[in-house]
Design a protein around this ligand. Structure first.
Ligand code: GLU
Length: 609
């Protein structure tokens, strides 16, 4: 593996950096068996942890992280670099996020010392109602039928998020920061095992849509490992956004083509899929929302995250609060626990947080965010906790009503459906601004529908609504509705100490995002782990049903100890794919990305030292 210094020299010499007007004279040569221009960044190694100054980036991909580092080197700030990195991720890992999706952008401004958020979640059409996913006999439609259809597609919020982030916090134009992404889409990237496998996993549904198959199943099958995946139509879409701004999507021809495709998807001969309801008026009406972040205090740290329509910020804060409550009740600290004891505590806290989010959190008025994230509510909920025994699942939800004394128990709800996709990135700059940004098109490959001529996949985010109420007689805040945003689990988080950045964290992984992010934060803050270790450790995801555990828990003495306490575990090979930055001083950071899961991510700093 190359040293970090060589990496920087290599990249500065060509490829991605050339897109930002650096000299291209020493661009890497394509291997002889490849035709066309050399793919972008094909020689970049993946480094999961890097420490240094000048700014830091962590994402799932070295090409994308390098784009962010190039922006920082050329004087851009964290918001500039985050948008450039996100656009690059969407070109190099197009099944997880992109122009056709949405996400949540959380920003710390060093001058004002304020954390702010941008909600760029996809939005339902104005015609949506509570029963839109029910058949005429009142039963829910088949989930996968809805996934691969126009009906699952919400108005994309990602381009609007990029524009809003640059306008509020950035210094560079959309035109400039999207240029590397356009180059990646045009020149292509080298297909690795993970991308190849993702394509194989999606091949059947991609084959339903000829525009998608033409890009990702050229000649009828996926591009092999080592081959080059290009997407000239996506390059065109980026160029359109660079030239005309996001109105190209929201009121322009790209948006009109999107609406046409959603309302009447172009399918292979003999295939029909449900049509969507989006109109050009829905697309034109899209705006990002700006809500205050969620906030809780945890052991002298301030934890900030995303409020509704995500449940991420609320649930992460609640898990951390519950760990504190358990400490109070037992007189023990999280730090002194064995790994199995800690995971028992963590599992109980997570399951309780999920019981509450399923009952109380959605894109509806009156969500009791402040109560749910309060220590007093957690202290009341902690009355159910037994340090020696797992509670029976499902754990009842609590009553976040502001009056906390009795050990109140509400009813229970079932588990909602949850998927596994998405991407998360984080950036710090030399001025002390930080960003953590999680974005998605819902499932890997989204709805499977590419907008013909524009190369990007459309989301299936509207399947994050519950198709029917989770439990009879219990109000469900996550039913579909007009102009409503489906509840998310995305949890981009920023932890401050003394008003200054201490840690950022985010992850993909559907509902497991919440448990992964809470595990990273608790790993650093409560367990005292270095950030790279907190990102790497084996994960357990407990969401108020059967608990999922990675092999290093499931098959070991730790799993046995958990089972002895009554935990019911299911094996899950991979949970999450986190990125994080730990601020060591105002000018020094450790960036951390996933070392192994999904082939590993990429952490970089401007000046490694
Ligand atoms: N749609 C999911 C959410 O917003 C993210 C997609 C996933 O990671 O499965 O929570």
């Amino acid at each position: 593996m190359r040293t970090p210094a060589t990496v920087l020299a290599l990249v500065t010499a060509g490829g991605v950096a050339a897109a930002l007007a650096l000299p291209a004279s020493a661009a890497p040569q394509a291997p002889p068996d490849r035709t066309g221009p050399p793919p972008v960044g094909h020689e970049l190694p993946k480094v999961p942890v890097m420490t240094g100054g000048g700014g830091a980036v962590a994402s799932v991909d070295p090409v994308a992280s390098q784009v962010g580092i190039d922006v920082l080197r050329r004087g851009g700030n964290a918001a500039d670099a985050a948008v450039a990195t996100a656009a690059a991720v969407a070109a190099v890992e197009p099944y997880s996020s992109g122009i056709g999706g949405g996400g949540f952008f959380v920003h710390y401004d060093a001058r004002s010392k304020k954390v702010t958020t941008i909600d760029g979640r996809e939005t339902a059409p104005a015609t949506f109602h509570e029963k839109v996913f029910l058949r005429s006999d009142g039963t829910p439609m088949d989930f996968n039928t809805v996934v691969n259809s126009g009906l699952s597609v919400g108005v994309p919020g990602t381009p609007a998020t990029w524009e809003a982030a640059l306008r509020s916090h950035g210094t560079m134009s959309l035109n400039r920061v999207l240029k590397p992404a356009e180059e990646i889409a045009r020149k292509g990237f080298v297909v690795d095992e993970t991308f190849h496998q993702d394509t194989l996993d999606n091949a059947t549904r991609f084959a339903l849509f000829p525009a998608t198959a033409a890009i990702y199943l050229p000649g009828g099958s996926p591009v092999p490992v080592g081959g080059i995946q290009r997407n000239p139509d996506l390059a065109k879409a980026y160029r359109e956004l660079r030239t005309h701004g996001t109105k190209a999507l929201y009121t322009g021809r790209m948006g009109r083509d999107l609406v046409k495709e959603v309302r009447n998807p172009s399918t292979a001969p003999g295939v029909t899929v449900p049509k969507g309801q989006l109109t050009t008026a829905d697309v034109a009406a899209y705006t990002v929302r700006r809500k205050a972040p969620t906030h809780s205090e945890h052991k002298g740290f301030d934890v900030y995250g995303m409020d509704t329509p995500s449940s991420g910020g609320i649930a992460v804060s609640q898990i951390l609060n519950l760990l504190e409550s358990f400490e109070q009740r037992t007189g023990r600290t999280v730090k002194e626990l064995s790994e199995a004891e800690y995971l028992h505590w963590f599992s109980e806290a997570s399951a309780m947080a999920f019981a509450d989010r399923n009952r109380w959190v959605g894109d509806v008025p009156g969500v009791p965010t402040r109560e749910l994230t309060s220590q007093a509510f957690a202290d009341e909920r902690a009355c159910l906790f037994d340090p020696n025994r797992a509670q029976l699942r499902p754990i009842p939800f609590g009553s976040p009503d502001g009056s906390y004394a009795a050990c109140s128990r509400g009813g229970t709800t079932r588990l909602p459906h949850d998927g596994q996709s998405t991407t998360s990135l984080t950036v710090a700059d030399r001025w002390g601004d930080v960003v953590t940004y999680t974005l998605t098109i819902e499932q890997y490959g989204g709805s499977g529908i590419v907008v013909p001529g524009w190369g990007f996949l459309l989301n299936n985010e509207l399947t994050d609504f519950n198709f029917a109420p989770l439990a009879p007689g219990v109000p469900d805040p996550n039913l579909p509705g007009p102009g409503k945003r489906p509840r998310s689990s995305m949890a981009p988080s920023i932890v401050l100490k003394g008003g200054k950045p201490y840690l950022t964290a985010g992850s993909p992984g559907g509902a497991t995002i919440i448990t992964t992010v809470a595990q990273v934060v608790a790993g650093v803050v409560d367990r005292g782990l270095p950030v790279g270790d907190a990102v790497a450790v084996p994960r357990l995801s407990s969401r108020n049903g059967t608990e999922e555990a990675e092999d290093a828990i499931f098959t070991t003495a730790i799993g046995a100890e958990l089972r002895a306490k009554g935990h019911v575990l299911r094996q899950r090979p991979v949970i999450g794919n986190a990125t994080a930055i730990r601020s060591l001083s105002p000018s020094r950071w450790t960036a951390a990305a996933e070392p192994v899961r999904r082939g590993g991510g990429s952490a970089m700093v401007v000046h490694p030292r």
